[in-house]
Structures are given as C-alpha cells and as structure tokens.
Design a protein around this ligand. Structure first.
Ligand code: AMP
Length: 190
C-alpha cells in the first residue's frame, strides 16, 4: 500500500495537491478538516464540539480526532493506499496513526512537507476565504492557525525525519510545477 501524509501550513496547497495525487495514483483521500466540516454541517455532537475549536483556529483535541480517524479508516474498503491530508497535526496523532496502520498491516510510506513562505500563505488563505465560505478563512483566525501550526504541528517534521519518511517539497510556483516535485518524491518510494 502507498500511504502518503501530505503536510504543510494552512494554505500550503495540501488539498490541491491531494486531488492531483488521487487522480494519478488512485488513492483514497482522508482530510480530517473535511470530515470535521461534514460533522459540523450535520450538527453531530462531534461537529458541535469541533466548531468552537475550528472557529478559534485551534486544534480539535487529539482523542476526538484519533477516534474519528479510526472510524473513517474502518469504513473504507481496502484501497491501493490512502492520502492523509491535515492529519497528523501533533506528535500523539502521528504515533496513533502509526499504530493504527501497523494494526492494519501497513505503515506511512512517505511524508511530503510542502514549504511555502508565510506571506504567500496569508495571501492564498485570504483569496480562498472570498470563495470557500469557510468560517476560519479570515485574517484573525488565519493568524492563530499559523501560530498553532508553528508551535504544535511543524515539530512533526522532525518526527518523520527520525522515521526516515520526510521529504521537503518546495510549495511555491505553479500547481503543475509543485505536482512534478510531488510525483518525483512519490515515485522514489514506490
Ligand atoms: P484544515 O481543513 O485541515 O485546514 O482544518 C481546519 C480546522 O479543523 C483546523 O484549523 C483544526 O481546527 C481542525 N482540524 C483539522 N484536522 C485536524 C487535526 N488532525 N487535529 C486537530 N484539529 C484538526
């Protein structure tokens, strides 16, 4: 199986590159942000809890996210592999993912770390906010999401360096240029 973790700050292009990866490699896509937005829309208990965190730009607690992800994984038919988008975002989540995959006889194949300059991230997120309808794509929440990214999520890069799975990808340029770099990284692990 080919299990890809797509990693990077908010606005680094994880969703955009995920769509291209899915088409090219036939992987299943799990975006924890999308799952949470679905729960919010359906007004489930989890959705109601998540809403408060999401609107403040904070992370939803690990236990909730890990349980949610296990349920999503169990509901999927066996595929060629999965692309994890927006998960893991903390070290405990990364350890939980490893455990969940190992229990299913597989592991993370590669972690792609999309690297984009801060100014560009803010520009992209504000642009997206004009059309996304996402309650967290406004300047105040964007700033706290970036802050959370730097303090809680960025340290995960070192965890995957330690696992021998980390590949840095320059996330600036056109979508096609970035996808070429992504393909090269994936083809190297296949
Ligand atoms: P995203 O769509 O990935 O930008 O996620 C939007 C928001 O959902 C984040 O700012 C968090 O509040 C929440 N979220 C998504 N994925 C996770 C995760 N793996 N851990 C904690 N919170 C998450």
């Amino acid at each position: 199986m080919l299990n890809v973790v797509i990693f990077g700050a908010p606005g680094s292009g994880k969703g955009t590159q995920s769509e291209l990866i899915i088409k090219e490699y036939g992987l299943d896509h799990i975006s924890t942000g999308d799952v949470l937005r679905g729960e919010m829309k359906a007004e489930t208990e989890l959705g109601k809890i998540a809403k408060d965190y999401i609107e403040k730009g904070q992370l939803v607690p690990d236990e909730l996210i890990v349980d949610m992800l296990a349920n999503v994984l169990d509901s999927k038919k066996p595929a060629k592999g999965v692309i994890f988008d927006g998960f893991p975002r903390t070290i405990p989540q990364a350890k939980a993912l490893k455990k969940m995959l190992n229990e299913r006889g597989t592991d993370v194949s590669v972690m792609l770390n999309l690297q984009v300059e801060e100014e560009e991230l803010i520009k992209r997120l504000l642009e997206r906010g004009k059309v996304s309808g996402r309650s967290d794509d406004n300047l105040e929440t964007i700033k706290s999401r970036l802050d959370v990214y730097h303090t809680q999520t960025a340290p995960l890069a070192d965890y995957y360096v330690g696992e021998g799975k980390h590949v840095a990808i320059k996330g600036m340029g056109t979508i096609e240029e970035i996808f070429d770099r992504v393909k090269e990284a994936i083809n190297n692990v296949k």
